[in-house]
Design a protein around this ligand. Structure first.
Ligand SMILES: Cc1ncc(CO)c(N)n1
Length: 220
């Protein structure tokens, strides 16, 4: 069993909850009220700046030139790739730069990003990749399952772009690369280390669940 198989095993019940979540299902069948999505988009936009910073901590913590470059590329891929999905929606939803500048993170968002940053400051490259993995991998899985369960979801006039973004080759390539790096760096680590990484993975997965609840309830 690879490290990522083992990590997956420890969160599969939590992840099942994402696929049944009313917010996620609402994106799939197009029934999600726009105001909830607007709330989510702004929060997720703020989230992604910190997510990029977690990758940036990987630049700081890495010693191998190839890893420094990988992390730097992930920073750029987040700010310039994934955030393109957001920019399109921000415009359509009328969320201006001023509104972003004035906005503050919800408690769930602030807790989640603080936790990931703390793992990044405290840990090494592998901790950083595992903290990131539950985000990247669960969104790839959500995109994939939505496209499978709701074949029309990608054509939805509003939510289609979101589903397309997270089922795109670029997004999935990045996730595959993180999976590969976790298994490579994690090859031969001690049981104790595996347990530490599982704790990070489970905590981040629980935070993902809180983020979906926060979005659905528009809860600051
Ligand atoms: C909260 C959250 N988790 C994961 C992703 C995917 O990167 C995202 N955009 N937002």
């Amino acid at each position: 069993m690879t490290l990522t198989d083992e990590l997956y095993e420890s969160v599969k019940d939590i992840w099942k909850g994402y696929h049944e979540h009313p917010f996620v299902r609402g994106i799939g069948d197009g029934s999600l009220p726009i105001e909830k999505f607007r709330f989510y988009m702004l929060q997720d936009y703020l989230y992604l700046y910190d997510y990029a910073k977690v990758f940036a901590l990987g630049v700081v913590k890495s010693t191998e030139p190839s890893m420094i470059r990988r992390f730097s590329y992930f920073v750029e891929d987040t700010l310039g790739g994934e955030m393109d999905i957001h920019s399109g929606y921000m415009e359509r939803l009328g969320i201006t730069d001023e509104e972003v500048a004035r906005a503050s993170k919800s408690l769930a968002n602030a807790s989640y990003t603080s936790y990931m940053l703390e793992v990044g400051f405290r840990g090494d490259e592998l901790d950083i990749l595992v903290a990131i993995l539950s985000c990247a991998w669960s969104y790839a899985e959500i995109g994939h399952k939505l496209a499978e369960k709701y074949p029309e979801a990608v054509n939805h006039p509003f939510y289609g772009e979101w589903v397309k973004g997270y089922t795109s080759k670029e997004y999935n390539d990045m996730n595959d690369e993180i999976l590969y790096l976790v298994n490579t760096l994690g090859d031969g680590i001690s049981r104790r280390r595996v347990e530490e990484l599982k704790e990070v993975f489970v905590n981040c997965s629980r935070y993902e669940g809180m983020f979906w609840d926060m979005a659905w309830n528009m809860e600051m």
